[in-house]
Design a protein around this ligand. Structure first.
Ligand SMILES: [Zn+2]
Length: 232
């Protein structure tokens, strides 16, 4: 069986979404990529999470052709593939309809950065894509969803804001591994919930630029100092 370790990582990322209450029934999907092989492992479409094993993950190439697997891949595969093709550091991609992040997506409102929880993970607001055109919906809908995401990030750093809200739909998140992408999806939902509650209490101002930068940059990039030094 190809890519045993990646299959297990992708399964684990999918199960994490269930454990954290981000998915209902078979909603949601996580994938991972082997950059060396140019192959993607993704959850199969419409299979109950409690019957999933690593052997059920579907292996495809970056054109979406199945390389190994008897099941159909997640219907959002083409969106994941566009993200992998355009974001070179993405090692995992996650899509859910988690409740609060989806509420912001449906409101077509970016999630403003109101505090340090958000700033720790997302260096800026979490954006909303422009709506798809009728033509983009009619033909190659999932691929066009990926393209609209990647167009937004063409002049922006997808590693600095590893999440997006697809208008009237829901969030996509990514990260260097499938586990990191799932983690970002969990944090995004928490941040979306906090922002919703905050805005019901007051018309809160965004976090100060200096505090935003401090919290993001102490965890990410060359001068990060949060956490423990990684063993060599
Ligand atoms: Zn969806």
């Amino acid at each position: 069986m190809l890519l045993q370790s990646l299959r297990e990582q992708v399964l684990e990322a999918n199960l994490e979404l269930v454990r954290r209450g981000l998915v209902l029934y078979t909603f949601g999907n996580a994938s991972g990529i082997s950059r060396d092989e140019g192959l993607v492992a993704i959850k199969p479409s419409g299979v109950a999470y409690d019957s999933l094993g690593p052997e059920h993950m579907v292996i495809t190439n970056l054109n979406g052709e199945i390389v190994e697997g008897d099941l159909r891949p997640s219907s959002d595969l083409a969106t994941h593939l566009e993200i992998y093709k355009n974001f070179p550091n993405a090692g995992g991609v996650v899509h859910t309809h988690s409740e609060f992040a989806t509420a912001w997506a449906q409101a077509r409102s970016p999630i403003p950065c109101l505090g340090t929880t958000h700033a720790d993970y997302f260096h800026g607001e979490v954006p909303v894509t422009p709506p798809l055109t009728p033509q983009e919906i009619d033909s190659e809908y999932e691929k066009n969803t990926g393209l609209v995401i990647c167009r937004y990030f063409r002049d922006r750093d997808p590693d600095a804001v590893p999440a997006v809200l697809v208008a009237s739909h829901g969030p996509f998140c990514w990260g260097p591994t499938p586990n990191a992408a799932a983690h970002n999806a969990v944090i995004l939902e928490a941040v979306a919930r906090m922002a919703y509650y905050t805005m019901t209490l007051a018309d809160a101002p965004p976090i100060a630029r200096e505090l935003h930068d401090k919290h993001f940059l102490r965890k990410h990039g060359r001068n990060a100092y949060y956490g423990q030094v990684k063993a060599k």
